[in-house]
Design a protein around this ligand. Structure first.
Ligand code: NAD
Ligand code: UDX
Length: 465
């Protein structure tokens, strides 16, 4: 079957960029991205691409190249489902905050809603593609809902997890290491797989398009994120040992990374990993393992999260300890709030947790981030429900200018590795700060030697300065 009409449910960080790239690369396919969130859809349709709801380098050009031609953003979910031959489900799958599996299992209510809506609307055969990250064996539940209508419509269910990382989404989508497609092993399943392979083959070499059974595909996504996060927790565990022993974690990372069996990527020690995926997906993996009675497997992966929580907490504790055991009433400046550079996404950002700890110690926090909006910062803190929103408002001030954020501050903490931080006039920042002037570089991006020469008391991660 040749696909000419695609619908994607969910216009978020994954749905938006992935479908924009498909539309950009496949001018013969009409791609409609739908979402219940009318504000989000309006932002995707905004003439001014600075207002797109997702910031990703290069995304504006991709959207502009296809929007109105074969790429459409709409709130009319039913119409788009009805017209499409292939429907991607790209809705959010957060950790459950209630009931059975609370705090670990993935909340699949949005997935179920999509399946029910597809079942209700579809009048002809459809291929349904799981793009969201899902627990292994979710396709079984999706199938049961889709097949429950008994109206004779046949559905094929594929798993096509997304491996893009935020901040490099466009690059990752244009030149992915691989595309993974899982489907049924019978002839109809293979035909559905081939239809999706043909879409990607418009720009991706066939040897990078991997096909498997549905369960391998679903589980591979959770496994990939668990392995990546595990590398960060592993190097962060070593960072603490480095600080005690005089070793330098950057040197250790370089030394081990040159071993081709280990590889050099994902060995940057930091204040701790964030983002919407790693924690959620590992907790989900832990829950799945436990539900099969595999306690050792569950405990093994949970340790990656425990280590990450420890890394965030000890960063905050080190600030308090270094500032003479009290930050009460002191201004502490955060440079960066996003969970990594080149994104406006803050979900699970380490900054949120470090801020929470320091607010608990009665610090006054000043925040500057080049892409994150003030409302997002307060939403993140309020979501923790540690204290009243008025108290968060009283304890945190958001600045539009980094130099103002650093004026009269006792200490600066780098929470995100934005490139522009390296090019700041650090002498000017020093001159306008309280003395002694402290810098805590949670991303090891600044030149500690130069900052110390200026007069800063400098601390990074994983190195005794
Ligand atoms: P997101 O929250 O940015 O976007 C999801 C969108 O789906 C929201 O705009 C929401 O309004 C919409 N939605 C929810 N239910 C809907 C419904 N019934 N009908 C229409 N729209 C609905 O989430 P995201 O970051 O794009 O993640 C989506 C999925 O992709 C998740 O499963 C996530 O784990 C996975 N994933 C995310 C990333 C990433 O980097 N963010 C990478 C790979 C995979
Ligand atoms: C991740 C996966 O990389 C991606 O394949 C998947 O599709 C979604 O989840 P993302 O969360 O967008 O992507 O960003 P990623 O680059 O993986 O970074 C995650 C977190 O780990 C960030 O907070 C980042 O700063 C941190 N990190 C990453 C480190 O601290 N050190 C590293 O060496 C790498």
């Amino acid at each position: 079957m040749k696909i000419t009409n695609i619908c994607c449910i969910g216009a978020g960080y994954v749905g938006g960029p992935t479908m924009a790239v498909i539309a950009h690369k496949c001018p013969d396919i009409k791609v409609t991205i739908v979402d219940l969130n009318a504000e989000r859809i309006a932002a995707w349709n905004d003439e001014n691409t600075d207002n797109l709801p997702v910031y990703e380098p290069g995304l504006d050009e991709i959207v502009l190249s296809a929007r109105g031609r074969n790429l459409f953003f709409s709130t009319d979910v039913e119409k788009a489902i009805d017209e499409a031959q292939m429907i991607f489900i790209s809705v959010n799958t957060p950790t459950k905050t209630y009931g059975l599996g609370k705090g670990k299992a993935a909340d699949l209510k949005y997935i179920e809603l999509c399946a029910r809506q597809i079942a209700a609307v579809a009048k002809d055969d459809k291929i349904v593609v799981e793009k969201s990250t899902l627990p292994v064996r979710t396709a079984e539940a999706v199938r049961s809902i889709l097949d429950s209508t008994g109206n004779g419509v046949k559905f094929q269910i594929l798993s096509n997890p997304e491996f893009l990382a935020e901040g490099t989404a466009v690059e990752d989508l244009l030149q992915p290491d691989r595309v993974l497609i899982g489907g049924d092993t019978d002839a109809e399943g293979q035909a559905a797989i081939n239809a999706l392979v043909d879409v990607y083959a418009n720009w991706i070499p066939k040897d990078r398009i991997l096909t498997t059974n549905v369960w391998s595909s679903e589980l591979s996504k959770l496994t990939a994120n668990a392995f990546l996060a595990q590398r960060v927790s592993s190097i962060n565990a070593m960072s603490e040992l480095c600080e005690k022993t005089g070793a330098d974690v950057n040197e250790v990372a370089r030394a081990i990374g040159m071993d081709s069996r280990i590889g050099s990527k994902f060995l940057k020690s930091s204040v701790g990993f964030g983002g919407s995926c790693f924690q959620k997906d590992i907790l989900n993996l832990v829950y799945i393992a436990k539900s099969y009675g595999l306690d050792e497997v569950a405990d093994y992966w949970e340790q990656v999260i425990i280590m990450n929580d420890h890394q965030k907490r000890r960063f905050a504790a080190n600030i308090v300890k270094t500032l003479y055991n009290t930050v009460s009433g002191k201004k502490i400046t955060f440079l960066g709030w996003a969970f990594k550079k080149d994104t406006n996404d803050t979900r699970e950002s380490a900054a949120i947790y470090v801020a929470d700890d320091l607010l608990h110690e009665q610090a006054n926090i000043a925040v500057f981030d080049p892409k994150v909006e003030e409302t997002t910062i307060f939403r993140d803190l309020d979501y923790l429900a540690t204290r009243k929103p008025e108290e968060n408002k009283a304890g945190v001030t958001v600045f539009q200018d980094p130099y103002e954020a650093c004026r009269d501050t006792h200490a600066i903490a780098i929470l995100t590795e934005w490139d522009e931080f390296k090019g700041y006039d650090w002498q000017k920042i020093y001159d306008n700060m309280k003395k002694p002037a402290f810098v805590f570089d949670g991303r090891n991006v600044l030149n500690g030697k130069e900052l110390k020469e200026i007069g800063f008391i400098f601390t990074g991660v994983g190195k005794a300065y």
